[in-house]
Ligand binder design. Structure first.
Ligand code: ADP
Length: 261
C-alpha cells in the first residue's frame, strides 16, 4: 500500500560541540558581496577578541579560500574522525571548495548537502578549552534546496541579509529573507553593500541607486545594520587574501558590535 503523505523533513538541531552563535550570511543574488561581508565580519569579530569560524557553503563560487589565502590543494587533516579546519588570520575555515574542489557546482543537491552537513558536524570547530564564539555560514545565494537543508541540519541563531541598493538585488534579497523566516530563523538585519563610491575629491556617487537596503529592512520590520561603500581597498584585500586596512574594516566593526546584543 502506498501512502501519499509527504515525508516530513528530517530536522537535526542538536548543538554543535563547542560552538557559540551560528549566524548565516545570506543574499538573494550572487555577486552582491556576501563572501566579502562574511570574511570581513570574521576579521572584525576576531579583532574584538572572539574565536571565529567560517563555513563556506557557497557552492557556486566558494571564494573564502582565496579571501583567506587557504591552499585549495590541501584537504583538511582528519583526527579521530574529525576534520581539522585550517586557520588563517586566526579564523577557522572550512570551504566546500576545500572538500570538493570545483565539482561542487555540478553535483546534485543531496550530495552537496551531505558534504556540507558533514563539514558542519564533523569539523572540530572548537574544543572545551578553546570554544568557538561565532560560526559564520556563507550561504549559497538564493532560496534553493541546499539553503533549506542547511537550516534543517543546524540550529541557526540568526541570519544577516546582504543586498546592494539596486531594486533587482533587493527583490531577491527579500525572497531570501522570507525563506529564512519561514524556516524559523531570526533575521538579525539587512546589510547594504556597494552603497556608494566616494571619489578622490570627496564626492559620493550612488552607483546603484540609494536606499534599497534601508527600505527592505523597514518594510520587513528588521534592523538595518549598515551601509558599506564600494572601496577599492576591500576589493584588493579580497583578491589578494589580505586583511583590509582598519579604515575599510570600520563598517564591519560596527556590525560586529551589533551582533553582541
Ligand atoms: P558574493 O559572495 O555575493 O558572490 P563577493 O563577496 O564574492 O560576492 O563579491 C563580489 C566581488 O565584488 C568581489 O570581487 C569582491 O571583491 C567585490 N566587492 C564586494 N564588496 C565590495 C565593496 N564593498 N567594495 C569593493 N569591492 C567589493
Amino acid at each position: 500500500m502506498s501512502s501519499s503523505k509527504p515525508i516530513p523533513p528530517s530536522i537535526n538541531h542538536s548543538p554543535l560541540a563547542h560552538v557559540g552563535r551560528i549566524v548565516a550570511i545570506a543574499s538573494g543574488k550572487g555577486g552582491v558581496g556576501k563572501s566579502t561581508t562574511t570574511v570581513n565580519l570574521a576579521h572584525a569579530l576576531t579583532h574584538a577578541g572572539n574565536r571565529v569560524g567560517i563555513l563556506d557553503a557557497d557552492i557556486y563560487g566558494p571564494s573564502i579560500p582565496r579571501m583567506l589565502q587557504l591552499d585549495t590543494n590541501l584537504r583538511p587533516e582528519m583526527v579521530d574522525g574529525q576534520m581539522i579546519p585550517p586557520i588563517s588570520y586566526g579564523i577557522r575555515a572550512m570551504s566546500i571548495g576545500l572538500v570538493m574542489g570545483e565539482q561542487a557546482a555540478i553535483l546534485r543537491a543531496p550530495m552537496i548537502t551531505k558534504a556540507l552537513v558533514q563539514m558542519l558536524r564533523l569539523t572540530r570547530w572548537g574544543t572545551a578549552e578553546e570554544p568557538l564564539d561565532y560560526l559564520l555560514i556563507d550561504m549559497p545565494p538564493g532560496t534553493g534546496d541546499i539553503n533549506l537543508s542547511l537550516a534543517q541540519n543546524v540550529k541557526l541563531d540568526g541570519a544577516m541579509i546582504v543586498t546592494t541598493p539596486q531594486e533587482v538585488s533587493v527583490m531577491d534579497a527579500r525572497k531570501a529573507l522570507h525563506a529564512m523566516r519561514k524556516l524559523g530563523v531570526a533575521i538579525l538585519g539587512v546589510i547594504e553593500n556597494m552603497s556608494y563610491f566616494t571619489d578622490p575629491a570627496g564626492t559620493r556617487h550612488a552607483l546603484f541607486g540609494t536606499g534599497g537596503g534601508k527600505k527592505l529592512a523597514s518594510e520587513e520590520g528588521v534592523n538595518f545594520l549598515g551601509e558599506i561603500a564600494v572601496d577599492t581597498a576591500l576589493g584588493i584585500a579580497a583578491d589578494t587574501g589580505a586583511i583590509p586596512e582598519k579604515q575599510a574594516l570600520l563598517p564591519y566593526i560596527s556590525i560586529a558590535n551589533l551582533l553582541k546584543h
